[in-house]
Design a protein around this ligand. Structure first.
Ligand code: GLY
Length: 358
């Protein structure tokens, strides 16, 4: 097992390794000694494989609990399901000392985190990520949210988990395409911060050591989050590939997964950076090559004006929520593999930059 400490306003540990769900109850008891009940939130993907393990461990530790299961997929990340979960917790007499458990991928973690942030003005929660994407990104850092009809993650809060328990055995039951999608966030981390990790992944492909690579990615995320917990500066780096990626994902009507869309965004931004002379000419070929090795896409045939329209309405645009004219987009641009910068660009500049990378 590897442990990564996250020194934020409410510090916590991320544990990564096989078989960790077996010790979940003891972890919760140690961290929340006054807890007597839990609500375990899961989905129809992770729940059938792993909820029993979590429930047994929590029950063995003397906690009483109930499980709330959502249909798998981003479509469940709604305000309506958040309210249903809060009502469920209230109906099951959950108190301020009790604890939510998030057992699943990013949708489950984000929605459960927001329930924890708001139930009785804030209670504890523990993230148990069961997808690679959640393990290396969404379960760490305290971003919680649900989607609104106007866009993704528009209703949310920063609320740090009390612990992250990443049982790497859960990755073994993931459908191949879901695991592959998570690899896009691993490759994003390597391009952002870690040339040695990039080289390793280039050598071994998807056959990487789960525990070591997840812990390494979490360390990188920890460093950023510790410096910029509330996302006012450097944390924007984590959006590498996401500016175009979110647009590609939405424009595909979510037939492309988040990971596939991020892979395309990553490839485009690398090609664009090379064309602008910001990174060396050889970087895009290396990034395209590794994405292809992992079975991830590198190009989109979505119409560029539609992608631009979506990029400009993305909530990450700074400088005016309603006015597109004069808005600035913080584009994350690679200077080299392992080194990226945040470059604010006007809308015309963003359009020209991205178009060069398509
Ligand atoms: N997933 C990006 C962040 O946590 O800031």
């Amino acid at each position: 097992m590897k442990t990564v400490h996250v020194p934020v306003s409410v510090p916590y540990d991320v544990a990564v390794g096989p078989g960790l769900l077996e010790g979940l109850g003891q972890t919760v008891k140690a961290l929340c000694p006054k807890a007597s009940r839990y609500v375990l939130v899961t989905d129809t993907g992770a729940g059938p494989n792993w909820a029993k393990n979590g429930e047994k461990s929590l029950t063995d530790a003397g906690l009483l609990g109930d499980t709330f299961t959502l249909p798998q997929g981003e479509a469940s990340k709604t305000a309506a399901n958040l309210i249903d979960l809060l009502n469920f917790a209230a109906a099951h007499r959950m108190t301020r000392s009790d604890v939510f458990m998030a057992l699943g991928g990013g949708m489950v973690g984000d929605l459960t985190g927001l329930a924890a942030a708001t139930y009785m003005r804030g209670v504890a929660y523990v993230q148990c990520p069961t997808t690679l994407l959640a393990a290396v990104d969404s379960s760490v850092g305290g971003k919680t949210a649900v989607d609104l009809p106007a866009g993704k993650n528009l209703m949310g809060a920063f609320w740090q988990p009390r612990a992250v328990v990443c049982d790497t055995d859960t990755l073994g039951t993931l459908p191949e395409d879901v695991f592959t999608a998570g690899c896009a966030e691993v490759l994003k981390t390597a391009v952002l911060f870690d040339p040695a990790l990039f080289d390793l992944l280039d050598r071994v492909g998807k056959d990487f050591d789960r525990e070591a690579v997840i812990a390494r990615c979490v360390e990188h995320k920890r460093d950023v989050v510790a410096e910029d917990e509330f996302d006012t500066g450097r944390r924007a780096l984590l959006n590498l590939g996401h500016t175009l990626g979110h647009a590609v994902e939405a424009e595909s009507d979510f037939s492309l997964s988040h990971g596939q869309a991020v892979a395309i965004g990553l490839a485009v931004v690398c090609r664009a950076a090379a064309k602008s002379g910001i990174c060396a000419a050889g970087v895009p070929a290396r990034v395209d090559g590794i994405l292809e090795k992992f079975g991830l896409p590198t190009r989109t045939d979505a119409p560029f004006p539609a992608l631009m329209e979506r990029m400009l309405s993305d909530k990450k645009r700074a400088g005016g929520k309603t006015s597109v004219i004069g808005g600035t987009i913080n584009v994350i641009v690679p200077e080299a593999i392992g080194r990226c910068i945040i470059r604010p660009m006007g809308t015309d500049q963003t359009a020209a930059f991205m178009k060069a990378g398509l």
